[in-house]
Design a protein around this ligand. Structure first.
Ligand code: MCN
Length: 777
């Protein structure tokens, strides 16, 4: 039976569960040095002097490195993502330097690197370092940053504007004039952190005999790091091997190429001739690993009397932190995702990305899409109320029709293509969700009965689309080995997404083998030279399709070799269970391993025009992204005394095209929802006016526990993507995207807040903030 599409348990799990899998911190090498950093305690300060003498003198300290010691290697990190080709846009790119030389621009910027025989000694030596600072006024507030008298994060610029991008189509002003209803609201989404189980880490080793550098890195983009390191350290790409072994969660921030530590650790290993390890501690993680989410939207929607959208206008601010090497992916995604599942005839959106003296902002699971969905879905809820329409009905009236695909949205997307939804069918998803959550019955019977008893029960219902599976490309090499095992090698790495199983299923489908016989190798640049990275829910679409294409070629080679062996036509052959036989003669089968031997002869000659071995390498680059979609629905009860929500039921209906492995997919959705619940109800980074992060520990920054995450019910519809051979769309971020909007709606409904003239227009929202809002704050 084919394994493709089946809910198989993961190949990689036994080794992970037994603690046998390699993580970066497991790498131990003879002579290993350990690193601790002195980091800026100030959000904004001029560096006057550094005294490292006491640190150097501490026994066990091997080197203490400041910016001055880096010489020609002291350079701003590379531009990672160029600006989108939007006419008239403004963009100022400022990249972080490896060690602060002149000015620190956020708390936690590395200033001095200490290398010692143990981490303990290195940490103690950091305490010996004396730095003199002149503190400067810090910019912590998004709106204050744009005041004329605001201090400048980068004093070579004349304001804190990092970018300004305006995308418009149709005539919004005319739409608003013609509208029956125009609603204007302000929406706020605040900062959170991704909190992977494993923090970042880098180990580097220079081998003078091989003249090569090996780097183990918790990166989501090993090939990009390899190429960048070669360029920055003056090496050839062949001289650098980057390995991204098992990684305990990435969620986007481990895609930030390059963090200062990713350059400094390899540089130190080369300079000192000893292997070097740095493992980020949780406190550093809060300050030094990128965040996401803070935006302020002033949005308006214009509708006719029937609730049809005539236009949307949105002006928003996006906090990009102290530097913006990652370009504009996050706000661009917000701008594009706001359009949702709906026909929006006129759209006018202007965003301003703003420098602040806070940790950098780069994509984190959802990557700006949460904000777009929050704004649009909240506007629709409010419009439905104003027009006396049902929440589901207003959405239904505005859905893009199933025969309207491909649907041109006429805005520039994060992959710089003109956003076009490839496929979708939204009404069946909504219907399934309404049915599963018991929407009609809840509103007609359950909620009134609960209210009569004084209980606060509410329902939420949120629709979203998600651009997934963007290019430019990924590659894969499939090989049948003499042992009969099949190997699949690709340039992307996995941070827990189950690639070793899902990609094995793709290959097994073509080669008729058990998935346990497919060895998947990811994240090692010595194994595969080309690739981009695991982000934007693109692994299944892009690397999965490359694996499919390569396996298809290998299948042809297998059949050709077997046809020569059996002296029959290829059409007469059956390939199954790791063997090939002539149809009707299953007892005379030849194994794939033996065929691999025949294709790699030790005597005679390979037929001209053919290659030895049963092997193929393919690349896949989609023309544009595949658009996944879904509906989340939730029943919630709010404790009137504590305002704590209890989720009574949670339904996800999702369309990610063809499903490779429903079990992995369910895990991805569950994990995403759990993270979304954190973002909605627990996780908010709190800063003071000096740019100090106030809750930089897991004692103060709450994340949801298993008790806070409900059992959820999952269902799917399948609208295959026409843009890739598997028909798949991505799913890795879907769970997280709509949860904020869903919480806002369900809580509002449970407490009947609109009847008191109160609306929820901000996220995250813990009980204390919710209490303030219910008190009119
Ligand atoms: N899948 C499937 N059928 C589909 C789509 C996906 O069976 N139609 C399976 C895939 O084969 C894959 C998994 O679901 O094993 C996720 O696939 P995909 O949506 O392509 O996402 P990526 O592989 O590109 O992973 C990136 C995505 C992102 S952007 C974030 S952020 C995220 C996420 O995945 N970070 C994660 N899920 C994560 N899960 C874990 N455990 N850890 C992270 O850091």
């Amino acid at each position: 039976m084919t394994s493709f599409g089946r809910p198989l348990t993961r190949n990689e799990d036994p080794r992970l569960l037994r603690g046998e899998a390699l993580f970066v911190d497991d790498v131990e090498l003879p002579g290993l040095l350990h690193v601790a950093f002195f980091r800026s305690p100030h959000a904004h300060a001029r560096l006057l002097s550094i005294d490292v003498e006491a640190a150097k003198a501490r026994p066990g300290v091997v080197a203490v490195v400041t910016a001055a010691d880096l010489g020609e290697y002291w350079q701003p990190g590379p531009l990672l993502v160029p600006p989108p080709p939007v006419p008239g846009m403004v963009f100022h790119q400022r990249c972080q330097v490896p060690l602060v030389r002149d000015t620190a621009r956020h708390v936690g910027e590395p200033v001095v690197m200490v290398l010692a025989e143990s981490r303990y000694i290195a940490e103690d030596a950091v305490g010996d370092i004396l730095v003199e600072w002149e503190t400067l006024p810090a910019v912590g507030d998004l709106e204050a940053a744009l005041q004329p008298d605001a201090p400048l994060v980068h004093d070579d610029l004349d304001s804190n504007i990092a970018a300004r991008v305006h995308q418009a189509r149709g005539d919004y002003a005319a739409a608003a004039r013609a509208a029956h209803l125009v609603l204007k609201r302000r929406f706020i989404y605040d900062r959170g952190a991704s909190i992977p189980m494993e923090t970042r880490g880098v180990v580097a080793s220079w081998d003078p005999r091989a003249d090569r550098l090996t780097v183990w890195d918790t990166t989501q983009a090993p090939v990009v790091i390899r190429n960048g390191l070669a360029a920055m350290l003056g090496l050839s790409e062949r001289q650098v091997r980057v390995v991204a072994p098992n990684i305990g969660g990435g969620f986007g921030p481990k895609m930030m190429m390059f963090y200062p530590e990713e350059v400094l650790i390899p540089w130190a290993a080369m300079r000192l001739g000893r292997p070097v390890k740095w493992i980020e501690d949780r406190l550093e993680h809060f300050f030094a690993t990128t965040h996401e989410r803070s935006q302020i939207h002033d949005a308006e929607i214009a509708l006719d009397a029937e609730g049809k959208i005539l236009g949307v206008r949105d002006v928003f601010l996006h906090d990009t932190g102290a530097y913006d090497p990652y370009g504009l992916t996050v706000p661009l995604n917000s701008q594009c995702t706001l359009l949702g599942c709906y026909v929006v005839p006129a759209y006018d959106s202007l965003f301003t990305a703003v420098f602040t003296n806070r940790t950098l902002v780069t994509p984190y699971r959802g990557a700006g899409r949460q904000h777009g969905v929050f704004v649009m879905e909240r506007l629709l809820d409010m419009a439905a109320r104003a027009l006396g329409l049902d929440r589901a009905e207003i959405r239904r009236r505005n859905f893009i029709a199933p025969d309207a695909f491909p649907f041109d949205q006429d805005v520039i997307y994060q992959d710089f293509s003109r956003l076009s939804y490839d496929s979708g069918n939204y009404e069946p998803i909504l219907d399934k969700a309404l049915h599963a959550i018991g929407y009609d019955d809840f509103l007609a019977r359950v909620q009134p009965a609960a209210r009569a008893e004084g209980r606060a029960l509410g329902i939420g219902l949120v629709c979203y689309v998600e651009g997934t599976g963007i290019g430019p490309y990924e590659g894969a090499r499939v090989q049948v080995q003499g042992s009969g095992k099949v190997s699949l090698v690709t340039g992307i790495g996995s941070q827990g997404q189950g690639h070793a199983t899902a990609f094995a299923q793709v290959v097994a489908e073509q080669l008729g083998v058990d998935i346990r016989d497919v060895e998947v190798v990811t994240g090692d640049t010595d194994q595969f030279q080309w690739g981009v990275g695991t982000f934007a829910s693109r692994g299944a679409v892009v690397a999965g399709s490359a694996a499919h294409e390569a396996a298809k070629v290998v299948r042809q080679k297998v059949l050709k070799t077997a046809a020569a062996h059996f002296e029959c036509a290829e059409e007469d052959l059956v390939l199954a269970d790791g063997k090939v036989h002539v149809a009707g003669v299953p007892d005379h089968a030849i194994t794939l391993g033996k065929l691999a031997g025949l294709a790699n002869p030790m005597r005679g000659a390979v037929t001209p025009g053919t290659e030895p071995g049963l092997e193929a390498t393919s690349y896949f680059g989609p023309a544009s992204g595949a658009t996944a979609s879904g509906v989340h629905a939730m029943l919630v009860e709010i404790d009137r005394a504590t305002l704590k929500p209890t989720i009574l039921d949670y339904v996800v209906v999702h369309d990610c095209g063809t499903v490779i492995n429903p079990l992995i997919l369910a895990g991805q959705i569950h994990g995403g929802v759990a993270q979304g619940i954190g973002n909605a109800f627990f996780e908010k980074l709190e800063w003071d006016s000096e740019g100090q992060l106030l809750n930089a520990s897991l004692a103060d920054y709450l994340i949801p526990t298993a008790l806070d995450v409900p059992r959820m019910r999952l269902d799917h519809t399948v609208t295959p993507s026409p843009l890739n051979p598997l028909g798949v769309k991505g799913a890795g971020e879907a769970g997280a995207i709509p949860v904020g909007a869903l919480f806002a709606q369900a809580i509002e409904d449970a407490l009947d807040l609109p009847a008191q003239g109160i609306e929820i227009r901000e996220m995250p929202l813990g009980p204390s903030r919710l209490w303030e809002i219910t008190q009119g704050g």
